[in-house]
Design a protein around this ligand. Structure first.
Ligand code: HEC
Length: 126
């Protein structure tokens, strides 16, 4: 074996071991990622349609048409300056402000599974 073939063999062994021990092939990894995202979107949809307090309005109630129609594109503009906060805020901060201010719910923890799910769902809106 030349040093070069030895190096190549070592590299192939490494790739094989990495694939073997990671427990999934790259294709399986993609499927898992897709599944996780689909699950988050599904959970987020529930939050988007739900009433956050008795008699309270859902996000959907105000955001389906007109100038307030909400789309994934609009969410992509964040972080941006917000007149109500009077500073630059993240999409999640804006969602939380809506949850509390317009829907009458309790703010969610930034980065929480629920808030991420709501954000994931809104990102799919066309
Ligand atoms: C009573 C009506 C009402 C409800 C309910 C409501 N919103 Fe809003 N929302 C508005 C109005 C009006 C604005 C524009 C003024 C502003 O930015 O605060 C807005 C703005 C937004 C924006 C910013 C859009 C942009 O282009 O920057 C997002 C995101 C948003 N709402 C998400 C939500 C979510 C998520 C919910 C549910 C938790 C929700 N809203 C509930 C009325 C509502």
């Amino acid at each position: 074996m030349t040093p070069r073939t030895r190096l190549l063999t070592l590299f192939l062994c490494f790739v094989f071991a990495a694939t073997f021990f990671s427990g999934s092939t790259p294709a399986e990894g993609d499927a898992k990622a897709d599944e996780a995202l689909a699950e988050a979107v599904k959970e987020g949809k529930k939050l988007y349609f739900k009433s956050w307090r008795k008699g309270g309005k859902s996000c959907r109630a105000c955001h389906t048409r007109g100038p307030n129609k909400l789309t994934g594109e609009r969410l992509k503009e964040y972080p941006k300056y917000d007149k109500i906060f009077r500073k630059v805020v993240s999409a999640q901060q804006k969602l939380n402000q809506m949850i509390k201010g317009k829907s009458g719910g309790e703010e969610l923890e930034l980065g929480s599974e629920e808030l991420n799910a709501l954000e994931a769902y809104i990102s799919t809106l066309k």
